[in-house]
Design a protein around this ligand. Structure first.
Ligand SMILES: C[S@@+](CC[C@H](N)C(=O)[O-])C[C@H]1O[C@@H](n2cnc3c(N)ncnc32)[C@H](O)[C@@H]1O
Length: 230
C-alpha cells in the first residue's frame, strides 16, 4: 500500500504545475493563517533548541521554512525527492533571501528512506508534513530511524493527530466525496510508541489547538551516546 503511495506522491510532486501551486497558492489567501500558525509553532521549538551549526530540512518542499530555519543556523541543507519542488525552493531563495545568506544554503535531491548523508551530520533535522503520508508503521519507523541516524541532537517532526476535530471532519468529507487524500492520522500514544521504539526521546508537543487541529509538531532528541560524541 505505502509503496503505491510513494509512487503516487512522487508523480504528484514531480509535476511542475503542482510545485508552482504549492509555492504560490497552497499557503496563501485564507490558508496563509495556517502557515503563520505553523511558523509560530516552529519558532517555539527553534527557540528551545537555539542556534545550531547545521540543519537539514527534509522534505523542504518549496522552501516554506527555509528563511526561518536559516536564522537558526550557519548551514542549511534543503532536501526533497522532487526536483520540481526543489526548483521552487531555489527560486524562493534567489528572490527572497539577502545575497549574503545564499552561501549557507545547499540543495539536495533524495529520499528520506535513504538519506545521502553520514551519521550525525546535522545538529537538527526538521521534517514538516511528511510523516502523515504513511499509513504503515513500518514505513514511519524507517523514516524515524533515518532522521535519527543523521541527527546529532534534535529532530522537529510533524504528524497528524487522530484525536482531533479536524481529523473527524476530513475523514467525513473524504467518505462523502469518495476521494482519498493520502493523509493518515495516528494517535499521540501511537506516535509516542514509535518514538520510543526508535530510541528517541520526546520533549514536547505543539499544535494549533488541542483536540481541534490535526497537525501536531513534536520536538525529539537523540540520546547522547559515546559513539555520537566527537
Ligand atoms: C506536503 S509537502 C511538505 C513540504 C514542506 N515540508 C512544507 O511543509 O511546506 C510534502 C513534500 O514531501 C516530499 N516527499 C514525499 N515523499 C518523500 C520522500 N520519500 N523523500 C523525500 N521527500 C519526499 C514531496 O516531494 C513534497 O515536497
Amino acid at each position: 500500500m505505502d509503496t503505491e503511495v510513494k509512487k503516487i506522491m512522487k508523480k504528484h510532486y514531480d509535476n511542475p504545475a503542482v510545485a508552482k501551486h504549492y509555492a504560490k497558492e497552497r499557503f496563501s489567501g485564507r490558508r496563509l493563517r495556517t502557515h503563520k500558525k505553523e511558523e509560530k509553532m516552529v519558532e517555539r521549538f527553534l527557540k528551545i533548541v537555539g542556534k545550531n551549526e547545521s540543519i537539514l530540512d527534509l522534505p523542504c518542499g518549496t522552501g516554506r521554512f527555509q528563511k526561518q530555519l536559516s536564522e537558526y543556523t550557519f548551514s542549511l541543507t534543503e532536501m526533497d525527492f522532487s526536483s520540481a519542488m526543489l526548483k521552487e525552493a531555489k527560486e524562493n531563495m534567489t528572490h527572497n533571501f539577502p545575497q549574503e545568506w545564499h552561501h549557507k544554503i545547499n540543495f539536495f535531491e533524495g529520499s528520506v528512506f535513504d538519506i545521502p548523508f553520514s551519521e550525525n551530520e546535522f545538529d537538527l533535522v526538521f521534517s514538516m508534513r511528511l510523516y502523515h503520508h504513511f499509513s504503515e508503521e513500518e514505513q514511519r519507523l524507517k523514516i524515524l530511524h533515518e532522521l535519527k541516524r543523521v541527527s546529532r541532537k534534535w529532530i522537529i517532526i510533524s504528524f497528524y493527530n487522530k484525536h482531533s476535530y479536524l481529523h473527524a471532519r476530513r475523514v467525513f468529507k473524504e467518505k462523502y466525496k469518495n476521494r482519498p487524500s493520502y493523509r493518515f492520522s495516528i494517535t499521540i500514544e501511537q506516535f509516542k510508541k514509535e518514538v520510543k521504539q526508535t530510541g528517541l526521546e520526546l520533549h514536547t508537543f505543539s499544535s494549533r489547538a488541542r483536540y481541534f487541529s490535526e497537525q501536531t509538531l513534536a520536538l525529539l532528541s537523540v540520546p547522547v551516546s559515546f559513539e555520537k560524541l566527537d
